[in-house]
Write a protein that binds this ligand. Structure first.
Ligand code: MG
Length: 293
């Protein structure tokens, strides 16, 4: 058993899921699963995916099932401890509903119908507190301005998140209640399940992970993150005097562990052992990691 209680929290795409261009170390996900399955370790995934796509990825990449699942960039929180079906935690949804004072994605979608350049994303299950649009990349700036003006006219406070898939040549815009983000959803969860904050550990790689990576929680940025983001976050952490809480994985693992490159799950394991080195004794007690499962 590990030395203490730990709460392992991680992004999925390109943090635990090796679905970027960087190479994954062969042992990485197995070792992550070994840690996540210890009896005094809880597991939470935080993702921009909806619950169905998150579960599909967990299954496809053979990741352990979580205790909690924070989906849709923080706008939904599920308790997965009791049954095979994740249970939506309505108290968190209710907190977000207060931001939108009775509006939901259906009613807002109607009110935003005339905004030029926005095409509602089709084929995705409807999420009560998140609207998703496709936008032509060269129309992105104009669509964002028009959307913000319309939201202001409606008196709706919202967080508007834009992203682009350069390879596919499409832009995307999500509209969420202002409190719907990974950091606030995790803060709410930590408070409600009464976890000790210093035992919460987060791993991420980009964009919507930044607020958590720069929070007081011990956190790792995996090695496959873009270099400009590593530089930017380390500088921001230094300015905020929280540099001790942010670790950038680079493939530096103690000799007890298989050699790994710090990408994806390897970076999560490296970061976990950086902040909680007391657990190296657990690995030292074994002749080889082949029996540590
Ligand atoms: Mg990611």
């Amino acid at each position: 058993m590990f030395a203490d209680e730990y709460h392992l929290c991680a992004d999925l795409d390109r943090t635990l899921l090796p679905n970027g261009l960087a190479k994954e170390s062969p042992e990485a996900r197995r070792l992550f699963s070994v840690i996540a399955r210890q009896p005094n370790v809880s597991l939470t995934y935080l993702t921009g995916r909806d619950v169905h796509r998150a579960l599909r990825a967990i299954d496809q990449y053979d990741l352990p099932l979580p205790d909690f699942l924070i989906t849709d960039v923080g706008s939904s929180l599920y308790d997965c401890r009791l049954t095979d079906e994740p249970i939506l935690v309505d108290e968190w949804s209710e907190r977000l509903r207060q931001d939108w004072r009775g509006e939901n994605s259906d009613s807002l979608m109607q009110k935003l119908a005339g905004v030029p350049g926005l095409a509602p994303q089709c084929g995705l299950p409807r999420t009560e507190l998140k609207l998703s649009f496709n936008v032509e990349i060269n129309e992105m700036d104009r669509a964002l301005s028009a959307l913000r003006v319309r939201l202001m006219e409606l008196g709706i406070q919202a967080s508007v998140i834009s992203s682009t898939e350069e390879v596919l040549g499409v832009g995307m815009i999500d509209v969420l209640p202002p409190s719907a983000n990974k950091k606030l959803a995790l803060d709410w969860l930590v408070q409600h399940v009464k976890w000790h904050r210093s035992r919460v550990f987060f791993a991420g790689d980009s964009g919507n992970d930044i607020d958590v990576l720069l929070s007081p929680y011990p956190a790792v940025l995996v090695a496959n993150a873009e270099q400009h983001l590593k530089d930017r976050l380390m500088e921001a952490a230094r300015v905020r005097v929280c540099a001790d809480n942010l670790y950038v994985a680079s493939g530096q693992l103690p000799a007890e562990l298989p050699s790994m490159n710090g990408n994806y799950a390897a970076g999560v394991v490296e970061g976990f052992l950086h902040f909680f080195p007391e657990n190296l004794n657990w690995f030292r007690a074994r002749d080889s990691l082949s029996v540590a499962s």
